[in-house]
Design a protein around this ligand. Structure first.
Ligand SMILES: *[C@@H]1O[C@H](CO)[C@@H](O)[C@H](O)[C@H]1NC(C)=O
Ligand SMILES: *[C@@H]1O[C@H](CO)[C@@H](O)[C@H](O)[C@H]1NC(C)=O
Length: 503
């Protein structure tokens, strides 16, 4: 920590731009891309946006939730990576010990936790499950939703009134159960918590076109497979930069792979164990912001605005949301009796679901970018720190990250008007497609946010194989891009504008 401070002061002298990374309150737990915990970011609103005041005559009549599962433990594959890290750290340390005299200052710089370090997940045979903190995230989310939309939850439970769907992946269905326990506690007769049973429905994981479209879309799978090496290439210069910084700071001959594993360890420690002074403490705040950016680039390219197939394949989910709203409006217009129509539809899935869904809504775009997306043009990559960027994995899809679409009915003298409000991580967000309001007339929402996507037919997008997979040419474009991104030249900006259309 002292290290970070000294470095900060040093940097601050040279560049005002770096000051933002040096603030005393830099909290690594907010900079873990999609490994960020919900609580670390849920109250971070865009301070430039003032949410609409909902007219008092308007009442919510239906809500849709699309949520990511809560905090989970690392997968088996990643746990083995940490075991390998322990082995190679041991080698590095004994090398340093052999090379340097016992009283050497450099040796004393090595943080004491590194000596004899073992992965906290060593010997664990299973991974990927929702952990107790993750249960808490969804449980508390349900309690807040029930409180905010009281009038929607005054009815007896029925599976057709409160629909709960999860993917067929245990951490997603456990998230749905945690949420349901929060939502319906006190409403049943089971145990002292007066719990009640509720149903969670899943499609088969291979044919879940609403929540696991990324698995049933063949051409997306091809795209992803072809693109992954390019994404790794894109990260290399940053990993190399951080690797040489670490090698200067500690007498350890660290490789790029070890830097990558240490960053992974930092994210797991900070997120799951609330430990920020071990692996995370090896990096300066600026280095963390660079590593965070590489993760955000990956999310952008493989799940977000980097390629239109990433979100167009999620259209059935958007249509399902709209259809649920139309049913709710019909029930309202036709005065259906309470208890006969749906009031909320809750869905629990993955970052690969929530990110594309947010893109379909046009979230996190500025005006020019929204126009580009509507013309099916690729966006430029999110800018490297210290430049500001809207696209942050920690905001777009932290653990338990979610979008809530609230349908409001606003009675007028002759008929009702309907509005849609989008809450991202429970905070109202402006819709670029709806003149940047967060309170969008339903007809405008359908016409300007949803309809432009409908010219794309999901079946043809997904089933038709790309005629000519061109991994080499795509890679070379990314190579060009990162040469310019990482070059130290002052004319970066000019070069950027030349290259961005090639993306
Ligand atoms: C560091 O490791 C690399 C490859 O493992 C090796 O080529 C290099 O000589 C080592 N440097 C030092 C200072 O030990
Ligand atoms: C995490 O650690 C911070 C101190 O760094 C402490 O204030 C906070 O209460 C801890 N959170 C949890 C959930 O233990």
């Amino acid at each position: 920590m002292g290290m970070a401070k000294v470095l900060c002061q040093f940097l601050a002298i040279f560049s005002l731009l770096t000051i933002s990374f040096c603030a005393e309150n830099f909290d690594v737990r907010k900079h873990l891309s999609t490994v960020t915990r919900y609580n670390a970011v849920k109250d971070v609103a865009d301070s430039n946006f003032v949410p609409s005041t909902i007219p008092s005559e308007c009442t919510p009549i239906h809500i849709n939730l699309v949520a990511r599962h809560g905090t989970r433990s690392p997968t088996k594959k990643r746990m083995r990576e940490l075991d390998r890290l322990a082995t190679s750290l041991e080698v590095l340390l004994s090398e340093a010990k052999r090379r340097l005299p016992e009283e050497d200052e450099a040796l004393k710089k090595i943080p004491s936790w590194l000596w004899g370090w073992k992965s906290p997940w060593k010997g664990k045979k299973v991974g990927g499950e929702l952990i107790p903190q993750g249960e808490e995230e969804l449980y508390q989310l349900a309690i807040r939703i029930k409180e905010i939309f009281k009038c929607l939850f005054d009815e007896d439970y029925h599976p057709d009134i409160y629909t709960i769907r999860a993917t067929q992946i245990p951490r997603a269905s456990a998230s749905a159960v945690s949420f349901g326990m929060g939502l319906f506690q006190g409403k049943g007769s089971l145990g002292p918590g007066q719990h009640r049973a509720f149903s969670v429905i899943s499609e088969s994981r291979a044919s879940d076109t609403l929540l696991r479209f990324f698995e049933s879309c063949a051409s997306y799978k091809d795209y992803r497979k072809n693109q992954e090496p390019a994404v790794e290439k894109l990260k290399e210069p940053i990993l190399d930069e951080v690797t040489s910084a670490l090698a200067k700071r500690y007498p350890l001959n660290i490789t790029r792979q070890e830097t990558s594993s240490l960053w992974f360890l930092c994210k797991q420690e900070a997120s799951l164990l609330n430990t920020t002074d071990q692996a995370c403490g090896l990096f300066s705040p600026y280095e963390i912001s660079l590593l965070e950016w590489t993760d955000d680039l990956e999310v952008f390219i493989l799940k977000g605005y980097g390629k239109s197939i990433n979100y167009h394949m999620g259209l059935p989910l958007l249509q399902d949301v709209v259809q649920s709203m139309e049913q709710a409006i019909k029930a309202k217009e036709e005065h259906h009796t309470p208890g006969s129509y749906e009031k909320a539809r809750f869905r629990f899935a993955h970052a690969e679901t929530v990110v594309p869904f947010s893109c379909l809504l046009g979230l996190f775009l500025d005006g020019a970018e929204f126009a580009q997306i509507q013309r099916d043009e690729a966006l430029e990559l999110p800018l490297k720190p210290p430049h500001k960027r809207n696209w942050r994995g920690s905001t777009v899809a932290p653990f338990a990250g979610n979008n809530i679409l609230v349908l409001y009915s606003c009675p007028t003298s002759d008929a009702s008007q309907y509005f849609v409000q989008v809450l991202h991580n429970e905070i109202p967000v402006p819709l670029p497609g709806c003149d940047y309001t967060d309170f969008c007339p339903f007809e405008v929402f359908k016409e300007r946010v949803v309809s432009p996507h409908l010219k794309h037919d999901v079946n043809s997008i997904c089933n038709v194989k790309q005629e000519q997979p061109e991994p080499c040419s795509v890679t070379s474009k990314f190579l060009k891009l990162f040469h310019f991104l990482f070059s130290q030249k002052k004319d970066d900006e000019a070069q950027f504008h030349k290259h961005k259309h090639e993306l």
